[in-house]
Design a protein around this ligand. Structure first.
Ligand code: GLY
Length: 383
């Protein structure tokens, strides 16, 4: 029987396992997202059974190395899995081909070769860079995701988008490559600063708006526990986010159709992020972009006023911005969205919901062109 999303394969003392069953040209096997509070300590035993390589390259950033990566490396070495840690400077500005090249040169000079596997330990930037390294290094080696931020646990560690930015836009150089396994230890979110955690809540709210009105109710009714990061709420966010995201990418791994729904809030969000020179974190930009998209949906396809108010209120309760920054002009946003890699014929496309929990289909597609005038009105209403 096919698993409904939201239902983990196993619960209890063992990790919950969410199966991502993919069939792509290059990958015909499922992989699992393993979720458990304090899962980090179980990773070496599990990886021994996975037998992904003879040497392991942990790729991480300058913050997560001290927090988790060095420790995981020690545990893996103690379990007989030879591991070294490769570190780059924390931040979105590191998401470049040059940083990937530097990491690969270091790996080569330490004798890493085809028989190695890459382990991404960190947030979305780490996962994107490590994933791209795993595509390029020796024409491809397996990789594993150990996401330690909510953005990564909710979104970027699942679904195989890997890549880096160009001066022309975000994530312009990359690939789709699925990890062999994703290990989520929600307890790692306890060391995240408030803003980074809130950023992940923006992706979480996005998932609820796309597909799950009951999850939206849960978020609204448990804001206090979520903001306190209780054991249960962190676990529940992880399992629901992964199930929603997994259920979408299973159907459309290479973003030919339905996966576009996951771009809700990202068209204007990515533009704001770029125009703010990456000084505003990704999740904050997604929150701003979501509000603009919902206003467009409100004007164009009848997304209800009441739902718009609920989403704005929830985002604000989670400490997220819902206003387009004053220094970023309408003209610049429109121009930047037209350069987005998801634009077609120089015009941006928007994923839009008809109500909380349901995305609109536009003649077989999950994204639509929107008149610049409507986008301008939505931006103005979000000042
Ligand atoms: N973050 C959107 C996607 O993975 O498609």
């Amino acid at each position: 029987m096919r698993r409904e999303y939201g239902a983990p394969v196993s619960v209890g003392g063992k990790a919950e396992k969410i199966k991502i069953g993919l069939r792509t040209e290059s990958q015909n096997e499922p992989y699992y997202v393993m979720i458990k509070n304090r899962l980090l300590q179980d990773i070496p035993e599990h990886m021994k059974r996975m037998k992904l390589g003879r040497r392991y390259a942990i790729i991480t950033d300058s913050e997560v190395s001290e927090l988790y990566a060095n420790n995981l490396s020690r545990m893996l070495n103690n379990s007989g899995l030879p591991t070294e840690v490769f570190v780059f400077e924390v931040g979105e500005k590191s998401k470049t081909l040059a940083v990937c090249e530097g990491l690969m040169e270091q790996m080569s000079s330490k004798g890493f070769g085809r028989d190695s596997a890459v382990i991404a330990v960190g947030g979305g930037v780490v996962g994107d860079i490590a994933g791209l390294v795993s595509v390029l290094f020796n024409r491809g080696v397996p990789y594993v995701q150990v996401p330690t931020t909510l953005v990564a646990q909710a979104d970027s560690s699942i679904g195989g988008k890997v890549g880096v930015n160009s001066v022309h836009g975000k994530n312009l150089y990359g690939d789709f490559k699925q990890p062999k396994v994703v290990y989520i230890d929600p307890m790692t979110l306890r060391t995240l600063d408030k803003e980074e955690y809130a950023g992940g809540l923006a992706e979480t709210v996005k998932h609820a708006v796309i597909k799950d009105p009951k999850f939206f109710d849960y978020l609204e009714n448990h804001t206090e526990e979520i903001l306190r990061r209780t054991d249960y709420s962190l676990l529940h966010l992880a399992r629901t986010n992964c199930s929603i995201k997994g259920s979408v990418v299973e159907k459309d791994p290479n973003e030919k159709g339905m996966r576009r729904v996951l771009n809700l809030g990202h068209t204007v969000g990515h533009a704001v992020e770029k125009l703010a020179n990456f000084e505003i974190i990704h999740g904050f930009c997604v929150a701003i972009g979501t509000v603009v998209a919902l206003r467009i949906a409100n004007m164009e396809i009848g997304f209800p006023d009441g739902d718009l108010e609920r989403v704005e209120r929830l985002l604000r309760t989670f400490g997220l911005p819902t206003i387009v920054p004053a220094g970023i002009s309408e003209d610049d946003i429109i121009k930047t969205t037209s350069l987005d890699k998801k634009a077609a014929g120089g015009q941006a496309r928007y994923a839009l919901p008809t109500m909380i929990g349901k995305m609109a289909k536009f003649g077989g597609s999950y994204a639509t062109y929107v008149d610049d005038g409507v986008v301008r009105m939505a931006i103005r209403a979000s000042r």
